[in-house]
Design a binder for this molecule. Structure first.
Ligand code: FUB
Length: 337
């Protein structure tokens, strides 16, 4: 009880600028509790607190940030992926998030059966393309990548092809059935779209202008300890390829002057995110600031590798274009004063 009282005093001190022990001791348990709750309420990470959310795919469009996330739905006593839908949240200030109706499920693709795994949404020529990881039905082995299309970031979404874009039998670098996951799409300055994806091996392919067909052979990128979750962004002349590194996963990154490489490994960008053995990042610029969107397992009391939560923290560059190590915080993004 004494320890609890003093931690309340510590919380109180943060809010009352108490400078001395004598002052903090004047704070009652009730007042300390209220201040502690106030302090907790000011924590903006995770950004969604009433649902488990994972694998954030962030899209900036028309003054809003949209986050498409997988819904971790495993019961609290089960440590495995149960993900039957994606969720959508949006914000115009990175602090207040609006939840939209469930926009998409694996079963919206006739050929898929479950596993709303990592995804990415990009805009091209006024249409929005949602590249998803799903479990293929029994006609094909393993995970596959599909594409949904919509006229707005909020949908409605429909299968853009009627079959998977990438299936497990199209790649042979590994024997696992989940190596064709985690799509990310980057549209280069000349309008050419590139799809990157993979588990264990990072793969990429040029896409046709229609976004739903490959335009050349599947190629690979050699990256140290690549696990999964490739993500491409560009700032100035530099292309950045960030990815989940090792396992439990950290986030590492490489840089290049071209979307197709060669990529120069630059090191760790983010440490293991607390009690989640996976991580999955989006990196976006919004209103002249850069943000690192990721997940951890921080929702009490069952947060874990299979009960994950999307968080946002700031991302900063060094003068030479390299990225400073991410500082993960509970406070997250705070309202501007
Ligand atoms: O959420 C399922 C899988 O876990 C994702 O596809 C990976 O990126 C990892 O986060």
């Amino acid at each position: 009880m004494k320890g609890y009282f003093y931690s309340l005093c510590a919380a109180a001190a943060l809010f009352t600028s108490c400078k001395t022990t004598a002052q903090t001791e004047e704070v009652s348990v009730e007042r300390g509790q209220a201040l502690f709750e106030e302090l907790e309420a000011s924590y903006n990470n995770p950004i969604i607190k009433d649902k488990y959310t994972a694998d954030p795919a962030a899209l900036v469009h028309d003054g809003r940030v949209y986050i498409y996330a997988g819904h971790d739905q495993a019961p609290d006593d089960q440590e495995r992926y149960i993900m039957n839908e994606w969720l959508l949240f949006s914000s115009d200030d990175m602090v207040n998030w609006k939840e939209h109706p469930v926009p998409l499920k694996p079963t919206d693709f006739d050929w898929a059966i479950h596993s709303a795994w990592a995804a990415e949404v990009v805009e091209k020529d006024g249409k929005f393309y949602w590249f998803v990881t799903v479990q293929h039905n029994e006609s094909k082995h393993g995970k596959a990548i599909g594409v949904a299309v919509a006229d707005s970031p909020e949908g409605p979404w429909k299968d853009a092809i009627g079959k998977a874009l990438i299936t497990n039998d199209m790649t042979t670098q590994t024997k696992i059935s989940w190596d064709d996951i985690d799509p990310t799409v980057f549209i280069d300055d000349d309008g050419t779209p590139y799809l990157y994806w993979g588990n264990q091996v990072c793969k990429y392919v040029k896409l046709k202008d229609n976004m739903i067909e490959m335009d050349g052979p599947i190629q690979t990128v050699d990256l140290p300890k690549f696990t999964e979750a490739p993500y491409i962004h560009k700032r100035g002349d530099w292309y950045y390829l960030s990815y989940a590194y090792d396992f439990p996963e950290k986030t590492a990154y490489a840089m290049s002057k071209s979307i197709t490489g060669p990529w120069e490994y630059k090191g760790i960008l983010n440490e293991v995110a607390g009690n989640s053995n996976t991580n999955h990042q989006s990196i976006i610029e919004f209103k002249d600031k850069w943000y690192f969107v990721y997940h951890n397992g921080s929702i009490p009391t069952h947060g874990s590798s299979f009960h994950r939560s999307v968080c946002v923290d700031r991302l900063y560059y060094n003068e030479d274009g390299t990225i400073k190590r991410i500082v993960m915080t509970s406070e997250g993004i705070q309202p501007e004063n």
